[in-house]
Design a protein around this ligand. Structure first.
Ligand code: SAM
Length: 337
């Protein structure tokens, strides 16, 4: 690794790649019910273009990739992309973030292609509530997807639950118990204010905090206090922003991701690539650098690497949520989380 770092001396070694802006769910905090204007296919990076960017990024110091979306599994042939990425020498970790709806169908093929592990977004274990949150009746498919991923050796499978006050906070203990009974690795994620927050306000009944439905990790922990003593533990694979705990004897873990109540920008090692080829150095800032135009107009590898380096140099020191600055140009589904 060559030691890519940003102006605040944070090492940058992690590229999150959104492969599509399309999604097969419409989560209330992420997408409007009617969907959004989608990118024309010609504007979306081809797999060859993505692989080229990943290779150049790897030559600069990136060694960890995550594929996301939209929903990455709705893009045809994703295992082919994973196989291409797995051939890049310096890349030693390829993971996927998915809603799990199509995971049962693809898990084994993804594993064979070189995928190491998977994060499944699941906010409720209740069928009706799943339908209210995602606007689709697909809970059973997601649960089968989780089992399929485990069965074919994608390890660890982490379950990401976005906690919304008044919507699914009553299920925090149920998810936590699954870390003991099923060995699940559950991560409770604070809801971040994005442009669709309006919809959450309507669906969740709001609250006093500036983000409707928001519940800080401190309150999430309180929901766990009656279940037993949590002991701090190491992350179950990967080394992200979550703080991990487990109940004594549990094979699964509980993680807390606190972008709002306790930001972790000082340790951010990420760069994001949108489906249409914009480099985004901070999830929560609208700052972007276009890579597709130079890529398609024949820029040399050296020039493309300079664009990547320039994007990293523009990485903000931290997000400005507390000052009311919310990323407004894109929805989460257009960045990838
Ligand atoms: N479709 C895939 C999935 O569902 O995992 C990948 C894309 S989705 C945008 C990535 C993650 O972002 C999901 O875990 C989702 O719950 C999370 N997410 C979306 N909007 C969010 C918000 N406002 N606050 C916190 N997490 C959010």
């Amino acid at each position: 690794m060559t030691g890519l770092s940003d102006p605040f001396n944070r090492p940058i070694n992690y590229l999150r790649i959104s492969v599509t802006d399309r999604c097969n769910l419409r989560c209330i905090y992420c997408l409007p019910a009617q969907g959004i204007d989608l990118l024309p296919h010609g504007e979306i990076l081809t797999y060859e273009e993505i692989a080229t960017i990943a290779r150049l990024a790897a030559e600069l110091g990136i060694n960890k990739l995550r594929l996301t979306g939209g929903e990455p599994l709705v893009r045809a042939g994703l295992p082919r992309l994973i196989a291409m990425l797995a051939e890049i020498d310096a890349i030693d970790d390829i993971s996927l973030t998915t809603n799990g709806v199509l995971l049962e169908e693809y898990a084994a093929e993804l594993k064979r292609a070189g995928l190491k592990r998977v994060n499944v977004s699941l906010d409720t274990l209740d069928r009706d509530k799943f339908q209210r949150i995602t606007r689709h009746d697909r809970l059973a498919a997601v649960l089968r997807g989780i089992e399929a991923a485990k069965a074919c050796g994608l390890d660890p499978v982490k379950i990401n639950m976005v906690v919304m006050r008044g919507m699914n906070d009553d299920e925090i203990p149920d998810f936590a118990r699954l870390t003991v009974s099923q060995g699940w690795h559950v991560r409770f994620i604070e809801l971040m204010p994005f442009a669709v927050a309006e919809l959450v306000r309507r669906d969740c009944g709001g609250g006093e905090v500036d983000t409707p439905g928001f519940m800080p990790a401190a309150d999430i922990k309180q929901h766990l206090s009656s279940l037993g003593r949590l002991e701090a533990c190491l992350p179950p694979g990967g080394n992200g922003p979550a703080r991990y705990y487990r109940f004594p004897g549990a094979s699964g873990t509980i993680g807390f991701i606190t972008p709002v109540s306790e930001h972790f920008c000082f340790s951010c090692n990420r760069l994001r690539l949108t489906a249409e080829g914009k480099l985004r150095p901070c999830l929560l800032s609208d700052r972007e650098t276009d890579l597709r135009q130079p890529l398609r107009s024949g820029a040399s590898c050296q020039e493309l690497k300079q664009v990547i380096t320039r994007a990293i140099r523009s990485k903000p020191q931290k997000h400005r949520l507390r000052r009311g600055k919310v990323a407004a140009k894109r929805l989460m589904s257009q960045v990838g989380g």
